[in-house]
Design a protein around this ligand. Structure first.
Ligand code: DON
Length: 333
């Protein structure tokens, strides 16, 4: 009898550990938490819609949406989840996925780096460092350099491959918001200067203007909060899109992308954001933020008013409350 009892314990222990690992919440708990957090954040009118790219100034400050997409492809939505907005800097994580596959981890480490710069996303000071590259693929100069390592027969082919990758992440065909692209392309002298500077150091591959233009096009791709949640859930699901079932990026690179998001996803406010939420995330000046709970789900928020760091004010608040209420900090499993 005693032996039977011990055998039962030995058999049940791993099952219990597994159940803890995949701990999930009932539909009801997730829905209620979303509703509560949405209500708590909606009335927050802090922040200012980006206007340094003229087309972005048209963003409606009242828009606010949250979507959670699980690794099973299940979605929980609230608010303005079907409004199209410019992906902006969030594109950097998906371009990085393709550049890692095309050029390899070592090339990105050597020519871009994975340093937390501690400076604004478009800092020219950060790129003026020759000996040690204190960059990462999520600041502008790092993202433009990363883009320069995407393969293709010519510029159009490189762009086609990049947009195809974005489409695979979203599980549908995305399009460039032409008004945003024109507006950004007319006002991107600063980014072009960064690209030329990095090119002069020998890190950027090929024509700096071409890389900058493809980067600008990538930032102008239109997405909804639902798209963003699916794109994030693909990273949560080891690179496999949970809605289409397609492997979108090689598993081995998912941890690289999530690592970079952890150190620099919200620029110089990444520290406080990670401290509170414990989640790898990425923001864009179009008002989107995506956060990934590895192996479980992704959260996407959309709300155009930005805080002083360039991150959606309601988005940061909502992510923080969701992480607290659902106990999502990855260092507190
Ligand atoms: O290059 C730029 O300035 C924009 N296309 C993207 C910046 C951005 O989204 C920074 N984000 N938080």
């Amino acid at each position: 009898m005693r032996i039977l009892f011990f055998l039962l314990i030995i058999f049940l222990l791993p099952l219990n550990a597994h159940a803890k690992l995949i701990k999930s919440f009932s539909d009801e708990v997730v829905r209620q938490t979303l509703q509560t957090v949405y209500n708590q954040c909606r009335s927050d009118t802090s922040g200012k819609v980006a206007d340094y790219i003229p087309a972005l100034a048209k963003g409606d400050p009242k828009h606010f949406g949250i979507v959670i997409c699980t690794v099973d492809g299940k979605m929980y939505k609230i608010g303005d989840t079907d409004v199209t907005f410019a992906i902006e800097s969030i594109s950097k994580i998906f371009s990085l996925a393709l550049a890692l596959e095309d050029a390899g981890r070592e090339t990105i480490l050597k020519n871009v780096g994975v340093y937390h710069t501690g400076l604004p996303f478009n800092s020219i000071i950060a790129s003026d460092v020759r000996e040690v590259i204190l960059q990462n693929p999520l600041v502008n100069v790092g993202a433009i350099t990363t883009t320069s390592y995407i393969n293709g027969t010519d510029s159009n082919d490189k762009w086609r491959r990049e947009l195809d990758k974005f489409n695979l992440f979203a599980g549908r065909k995305l399009t460039v918001m032409e008004d945003v692209f024109r507006s950004e392309a007319e006002t991107n002298q600063h980014n072009r200067a960064l690209a030329w500077q990095f090119s002069s150091f020998g890190y950027l591959k090929g024509d700096p203007d071409d890389a900058t233009l493809r980067y600008t096009r990538a930032c102008s791709v239109g997405i909804t909060c639902k798209d963003l949640a699916v794109m994030g859930a693909t990273l949560a699901n080891q690179g496999c899109n949970p809605v289409t079932g397609k492997q979108v990026v090689k598993k081995e690179f998912v941890r690289d992308i999530l690592s970079v998001m952890t150190i620099a996803g919200l620029y110089d406010s990444t520290g406080p954001f990670f401290f509170r939420t414990g989640l790898p995330a990425k923001s864009g000046v179009g008002g989107g933020i995506v956060a990934v709970v590895p192996g479980r789900f992704a959260i996407a928020t959309f709300s155009p008013p930005l805080d002083k760091f360039g991150n959606s004010a309601r988005g940061v608040k909502a992510m923080t409350k969701l992480s607290e209420n659902l106990e999502l900090h990855v260092l507190n499993p």
